[in-house]
Design a protein around this ligand. Structure first.
Ligand code: UN1
Length: 517
């Protein structure tokens, strides 16, 4: 482990148009909000500096936002899909232009290394391209009718305002998976970014508003509200928002599901993961080690796709452990904007405490921390929230292994028989992503089969994190069952209508029913 020092220049804030960040919530081209009202402060986890005060959206402001959104929906839903796609294409261009600045802001406000911050913006660009194509492919089916001279088909219509609640760890990409797709579908969006990363929200909002303005479109197509749980509740309780897409903890998701469900609204939930990589006796170990290190300590263990459990065949267990210790030792921990850093800080003090608590519980249950797990001290370490990633040995039955602790803790466990590895793999309540390292065809196919891994994303010879936007993203069980981004995830943002047209002169009834008067 080596250290780096903070040396952040903040000129990227100005280039993003948010140098004026001490003002109220920006919901569009105008900045508004009660400047004397409630405030959330954004601090960088790099050294604890306060970077901005952002006004919390009041109930009154929220009402203004929702009426603007509903008004804008009337225009947006009637625009041809490809024209909406054109707007999304232009957003993609803005993002390309500001990739570096926005990537830096992500890194500065949330603490992931710049390479990953820029990668996040790349996901936004990719989903814009994907959505542009999708805007011409909102396909409905045509069915053969059982009634003579009838045409039976389905079409997809926009839903209305979609509420998007995002988490601190992917403060911009997850917004775009939802928003770019919802937008081409004809929905308008109300976004509440995490209260831990509100500036990322403001920056993206400025970029998308520039595009709307240039095209003389209503600003209410893309809306931003800021605040914590209470503002989120304005949205989840609001019958005017037919769909809420929420990313965060299982507990948050349960509340969202209950509130939105009680008004029979729809949800897309992307909640906790407790993802595992299985390393078989037939694995290419070089590949397995590289993938595991990125999946376990990348983003300082704060991805929902982070690998938290490593299930290793007995015959290679010791070798894998030694090689991981070596890799962990060489990971530079420090300022995420410094090019040589691989592991940035955790988001806040609370996260450091949770990590310490989990390691304590692991030891009580009989597990061991074989490397790392310390809270770092000295220099910027004293002001930020830095830890050494922890490599541990554990047993699949431990309570702590079943929990998602949002920190870089990797629990290594042994198996001897492949069926046992699958059993251990599935023996958690979460079901987001998984990876199996093997060159054995039978193992690979078994892992992907109906009796294999029970996750939404399941890879062979690839890690648990770093999914591409082209596939549907999400997971099963406590992960919430929602799907965002690629494949046919767009359908969740639309309402399906089945249509029958009788072009004949008779009134035949379905099921052959005779009902003559
Ligand atoms: C998240 O952590 O909420 O697959 C999203 C990945 C990224 C997205 C993670 N593309 O790791």
């Amino acid at each position: 482990m080596s250290t780096t020092q903070a040396k952040t220049s903040l000129d990227f804030l100005e280039r993003l148009g948010i140098e004026d960040f001490n003002f109220g919530t920006s919901t569009g081209q105008e900045s508004w909000g009660d400047r004397d009202g409630e405030i959330i402060s954004s601090h960088t986890p790099i050294n604890g500096d306060k970077i901005a005060d952002v006004t919390v959206t009041s109930r009154e402001d929220y009402e203004k936002v929702i009426s603007k959104a509903r008004e804008a929906f009337k225009t947006w839903r009637m625009m041809p899909g490809p024209e909406r796609g054109e707007i999304v294409r232009q957003i993609g261009l803005e993002l390309r232009e500001h990739k570096e600045d926005l990537g830096k802001l992500v890194s500065y406000e949330m603490g992931k290394i710049f390479e990953e911050g820029a990668g996040e913006v790349q996901e936004m660009i990719d989903i814009s391209d994907f959505a542009l194509g999708q805007s011409r492919m909102l396909y409905g089916k045509t069915m053969t009718s059982e009634r003579e001279h009838h045409r039976l088909f389905e079409q997809w219509h926009p839903l209305g305002p979609v509420g998007v609640l995002t988490a601190f760890n992917f403060p911009v990409a997850v917004y775009s998976w939802n928003t770019m797709i919802a937008a081409v579908c004809g929905d308008v969006v109300i976004w509440k970014p995490s209260e831990k990363a509100p500036l990322c929200g403001l920056a993206v909002q400025h970029l998308v508003q520039r595009v709307l303005k240039r095209n003389n479109l209503p600003e209410g197509i893309f809306n931003l509200v800021t605040g914590d749980r209470q503002v989120g509740e304005f949205m989840t309780k609001d019958r005017r928002i037919p769909l809420i897409s929420a990313t965060g903890s299982v507990r948050m998701g349960q509340e969202v599901a209950k509130t939105v469900g009680s008004r029979l609204g729809r949800t897309i939930l992307e909640l906790g993961g407790n993802n595992a990589i299985v390393i078989s006796k037939d694995a290419d170990l070089d590949m397995a080690i590289r993938a595991t290190v990125f999946a376990a300590i990348g983003t300082a263990g704060q991805r929902c796709t982070t690998c938290r459990r490593l299930i290793v065949h007995d015959s290679v267990f010791d070798q894998v452990k030694e090689r991981l210790i070596k890799a962990y030792k060489s990971a530079t921990i420090g300022d995420p904007l410094d090019e040589s850093t691989l592991v940035g800080p955790l988001i806040d003090e609370q996260a450091v405490k949770q990590m310490q608590k989990a390691l304590g519980q692991l030891q009580q249950e009989g597990g061991k921390v074989v490397y790392g797990g310390e809270v770092l001290e000295g220099g910027i370490y004293d002001e930020g929230h830095y830890v050494t990633p922890a490599l541990c040995t554990a047993k699949p039955g431990f309570e702590i292994v079943k929990e998602e602790t949002f920190a870089p803790i990797l629990y290594m466990m042994r198996y001897s028989d492949f069926d046992e590895a699958i059993e251990y793999h599935n023996d958690v309540t979460q079901g987001l992503s998984s990876g199996l390292f093997t060159l054995n065809l039978r193992e690979a196919e078994t892992f992907l089969s109906a009796r294999g891994a029970d996750t939404g994303i399941c890879n062979i010879n690839a890690g648990t994190s770093g999914a591409e936007i082209g596939g549907a993203f999400g997971g099963e069980k406590d992960t919430g069952g929602g799907r965002e981004a690629g494949s046919d995830a767009w359908k969740a943002y639309m309402r399906r209508q089945t249509n029958a047209i009788n072009w004949g002169t008779d009134m035949p009834l379905a099921q052959g029913i005779e009902f003559d008067i």
